[in-house]
Design a protein. Sequence first.
Length: 170
Amino acid sequence: MRRSMRAFLLICAISVLGGWGGMAVAGEAVPTENDPVAQKRAVELAAKLRCLVCQNQSIAESDAELAVDLRRQVREQIAAGKSDREIINFMTERYGDFVLYEPPMKPATLLLWIGPLLLLAAGVAAMVFLLRGRGQAAAGSAPLTEAEQARATALLEGRTIQNVSSGKGK
């Protein structure tokens, strides 16, 4: 009982004194707590940059070490007085266009922009090809013989096949 009470008091003291209050959460890109404009810029820039480890998260959302480092670099460059364009140019020079969620339209990134349309067109073409093949196969098949027709009718009416051959119904 005394141990748990001591642990509880220690946790309360640390949180009251600000031991955990000053820590940044992984999703926050906070350059300084005293400059809300710089903080807002850092968060907006971090949302525009892709985590190269996670690839489906921004560096603001990612907990990966590289994302933490990239957020730190953004904060440092904001503190150094660089513009948003300069920071983005620095990141793309260092890590390539893949670091941007919206890469620029240029020959190297053309496949990123038209790739989804090409995949959609390929899917539609495959469906058309398969459906045409089914239609031609059905149209090119021979008509049923009388015995096959009688068997199909019997199956549809719920009669047994033996009754069909003898000519009796159910």
